[in-house]
Design a protein around this ligand. Sequence first.
Ligand code: ADQ
Length: 478
Amino acid sequence: MSKLIVLSNRVSLPNPDKPAAGGLAVALQDALDETGGIWLGWNGEQINNDQQAEFGRINNKNVEYLTCPLTHQQYEQYYCGFANNTLWPAMHERADLIECNAEEYETYQQVNRLFAEKLKDIAQPDDVIWVHDYHFFSVARYCRELGMQNKIGFFLHIPFARLVIWRQIPMANRLIQDLCQYDVVGLQTEHDQNLCMQACTTLLQAQKIQQYLLSYQKRITTIKCYPIGVNPDHIQKVARQYADDSQSVFDFDALGKQQTIIGVDRIDYSKGLLERFNAYSDFLATYPEYHRQVTDLQIACPCRLDIVAYQELFKRLKEKVKTINAQFAQDDWLPIECSHDVVAHEALMGIYRKSSICWISSIRDGMNLVAKEYIAAQDPANPGVLILSKYTGAAEQMPEAIIVDPEDPKAMVQALKLALDMPQEERIRRYQKLIAGLKAFDINDWRNAFLVDLRQNNELQNFKRPGRDTANPVYQLL
Ligand code: ADQ
């Protein structure tokens, strides 16, 4: 059987000394383990610009992990620059934060080429390559230039930008052309799938030949949504085990009979953390009868702190928490408890189970796995309530959550009130639909659906394009 090669910016190394890996890392490791495989990417370290990057190798079971450092310049211009200061804000509708710089784009291309060259070194002709996320729009182009005919798939974990945003990026056409060098481009939602198809047909005049198929130059690319999921059975089991974890970052016993709201986010402007804290503050001001009856528990991990927008957000967030606590705290009650720690996956599942409400307020979000993890972790007999931003990919699949517009402060306050007051019967009714949805398409289904389409794309490449030979049997199936 051909092996699977995964490329992602960061590689999740199996490490018994670190907090347990989340569902995505486990699902990819399982897929690699099944067929034998390689996971390739950056090791998180930096070297001097004049040093030569060398790949390190770790073997675990059937999987080989190949990682290398980036030079300081690559880190600044590829990672902090074009990936996170151009593409990330573009995809998350923050046109005001897009910085577009030709030199950073060149370095982004250089890093994409570097990983393509490594792929060329390690891949056999029948190996299947799965590239992850916005750091690597152009890898397939370089692989093709190096003569590789392998099946190469791309999954975008974040939203796809609208045309009006792409038009603000001078190198948009080039990037979309590069995307068409993949055999399968996977998106999180139908909405993203449509935006991606539209960008290809409008910017490149590529031809849509069937619901999911695009023809551009000599290649047929599948453009299709594969909504990422979680492993609900596993989460249910560990959440039960860890619900009474005495090592938890929050002391639930000390909170007594209070209701609790959990929020788990990287500190990123796409997550709407300030909008949520503002709404919580409005709620406490409007409904004083809830003081001492509810506590907001926030796990907010800082990230990308070498980027100014992230440093500023972290600062503003800490100030906001301080202000709300100073305004409303009473002797034995703190309205917000906030932790900036990385929490082990199992412990986090236990925290979800103990929390009455999970409040997700992203301004834009590819999927939002926290929403799915929270539901999977609930006690079926007494489940909590999910408040979910309409701007998450998860909202497309979880309509039984309380769906809210995080940019509408009044709607946010009312959503919280509704969640706090929701009777048990109604919570159970919503939970049953939500958990059935999670089980119907879990993380393994996501991975398998993508890989099946990627492997099958083989047959599509051989069929003749419309207008030439419509008698071709494969064409007639389309
Ligand atoms: P993220 O933006 O990181 O992911 P999300 O989908 O919520 O967002 O995933 C975060 C994951 O990290 C969850 O599994 C969560 O449990 C975990 N996590 C968060 N904070 C943590 C902490 N402090 N300690 C331990 N674990 C923590 C990107 C996209 C999303 C998309 C995912 C997956 O931005 O839209 O859903 O990829 O495709």
